[in-house]
Design a protein around this ligand. Structure first.
Ligand code: SAH
Length: 243
């Protein structure tokens, strides 16, 4: 499928997902911001059914683990051709296997991926995939957290959603992105809106003062306090970056 250029002539950011369950897509990616951006041609989504590359009459995709043990493993001789097919559509997109063993997905990784042409994502199932595929096709492994999902589809959606909202034109005010959690290396300060008093709780006075310098200082302080209390590891990460 050709790239549909956006109104400013940029080719659409292209996500491809190899999965045994294409019916799970677009799912949450079809609504709200991501859905509207897709309709506007800012990004595109294609699924590739791994079973189309399955073997024999039953289109077998998996087999028992070498060395024994529970579960099934997706076969290299099925995934290889499926990935090659995906690459003919999106030759420049990085090939990514969603995997609990992968590099943790962070905001800066999402930013890097959103700056490229798109992503080709392999969603595993069962016990995972034959390890030889990872080396043979140069798959980058990415994890969405230290827990085990039943399949890579939801992880693929998480990665795509994190990237899509960073694409130019998806979120109106660029500023609403730069002050967010992780973008500054800190968690975001608390937000409030009307009414001024709710169930006896009022909005911090400084936010209603109209003094923009004081407001900015308060937000910086709160962001630092929250980060120190909840995620001191982020502060250490920033120290390392600076040195
Ligand atoms: N046996 C594997 C887990 C397989 S879970 C192991 O212990 O490492 C089945 C599939 O779900 C995986 O192939 C992967 O694609 C996906 N998956 C599970 N947890 C994930 C996570 N934290 N991040 C990204 N993908 C995950």
């Amino acid at each position: 499928m050709p790239h549909i250029p956006t109104s400013d002539g940029r080719p659409a950011w292209r996500a491809q997902v190899l999965t045994l369950f294409p019916e799970m897509f677009p799912g949450p990616l079809g609504i709200s911001l991501a859905g509207q951006a897709q309709a506007a041609g800012i990004w595109s989504l294609d699924t590739i059914q791994i079973r189309d590359f399955g073997l024999g009459k039953h289109r077998q995709v998996d087999d028992t683990p070498a060395g024994g043990g529970a579960g099934m493993v997706l076969r290299a001789d099925v995934l290889g051709p499926a990935l090659d097919h995906a690459q003919t559509h999106s030759p420049d997109a990085p090939l990514i296997y969603l995997s609990p063993r992968g590099t943790p997905l962070t905001q800066s990784l999402a930013r890097d991926l959103s700056a490229g042409p798109g992503v080709t994502l392999l969603a595993g199932r069962f016990e995972g995939i034959d390890d030889r595929v990872i080396g043979a096709r140069g798959l980058k492994e990415i994890s969405i957290g230290d827990y085990v999902l039943a399949g890579g589809e939801v992880a693929a959606m998480v990665l795509i959603e994190a990237c899509v909202r960073l694409l130019p034109g998806v979120i109106g005010a660029a500023e609403s992105l730069t002050s967010e959690s992780f973008e500054t290396g800190l968690l975001e300060y608390p937000q409030y809106t009307k009414p001024r008093i709710w169930e006896g709780r009022s909005i911090p006075d400084v936010l209603l003062s109209g003094d923009h310098k004081k407001i900015a200082e308060w937000r910086d302080r709160e962001a630092e306090r929250l980060t120190r209390d909840r995620r001191p590891d982020l502060l250490h990460r920033n120290d390392q970056k600076g040195s």
